[in-house]
Design a protein around this ligand. Structure first.
Ligand code: PGA
Length: 250
């Protein structure tokens, strides 16, 4: 049985004091849950959120450098993330691929480096609207998945989380239908089975992301292949995110 994992990607939102306020309340609100709950605040808030010593909510970063340290102005190393209590890191989000030129090769480098330092990568894959219309969804996610896992040791595969995020569904209010998301995630799982084997493919957790809200989470989580969600906009609001993580009792 795969343990569900719901992560909030705050993107470029919230000051340090806003982050503290949200995390304090969220940690109290999720104590009863059996699932993994992760928040990914901006870098500037990580240290303060770490200092809260949250007992249930885990902390993730939204990006990591391809290097461990050195002359990389503006970059953050995995060692620095571990130092501020991060246990997860989002890698290859479509916004980073689109606006910051992140390539499959860089995603792969980051996955290796994160794993080396004990961070769980949340690797994002997903097709654009043009690719979907051209019937290329499966080809795109399969090739992104293969590239991200190149050279990764079999034992480390279950440490990784994959987030299937169709780009056209991010921040748009449009979601893939639950059945559709389930099917693509099934294809991603098959790809993992082909690269490694069925046993690890059955262990790896794969999330859906793209306009996840309190009113669609139940349907998504009811799908057999969907193990969680990567939530953007709806994770910024305590009430909304609390409702999402409590999908089992909503
Ligand atoms: P959204 O973002 O929930 O606001 O669509 C999801 C994401 O980008 O991870």
């Amino acid at each position: 049985m795969r343990k569900p994992i719901i992560a909030g990607n705050w993107k470029m939102h919230k000051t340090v004091s806003e982050a503290i306020e949200l995390c304090e309340s969220l940690d109290r609100a999720v104590q009863d849950l059996e699932i993994d709950v992760v928040v990914c605040p901006p870098f500037t808030a990580l240290s303060a959120v770490c200092a809260l010593g949250m007992s249930k909510v885990k902390i993730g970063a939204q990006n990591v450098s391809i290097a461990e340290g050195g002359a990389y102005t503006g970059e953050i190393s995995p060692l620095m993330l571990v130092d501020v209590c991060c246990s997860y890191v989002i890698i290859g989000h479509s916004e980073r691929r689109q606006h910051f030129g992140e390539t499959d090769a860089m995603v792969n480098q980051k996955v290796h480096l994160a794993l080396k330092h004990g961070l769980h990568p949340i690797v994002c894959v997903g097709e654009s609207l043009a690719q979907r219309k051209a019937g290329e969804t499966e080809t795109v996610v399969v090739s992104q998945t293969k590239a991200a896992f190149a050279g990764v040791a079999r034992e480390q595969v279950p440490e990784v989380v994959i987030a299937y995020e169709p780009i056209w569904a991010i921040g748009t209010g449009e979601t893939a239908s639950a059945e559709d998301a389930n099917q693509v995630i099934g294809t991603i799982r098959k790809t993992i089975a082909q690269i490694f084997d069925q046993e690890v493919a059955d262990q790896i957790r794969i999330q859906y992301g793209g306009s996840v809200k309190p009113d669609n989470i139940q349907e998504l989580m009811a799908q057999p292949e969907i193990d969680g969600a990567l939530v953007g906009g709806a994770s910024l609001d305590l009430k909304g995110f609390t409702a999402i993580v409590h999908y089992q009792t909503q």
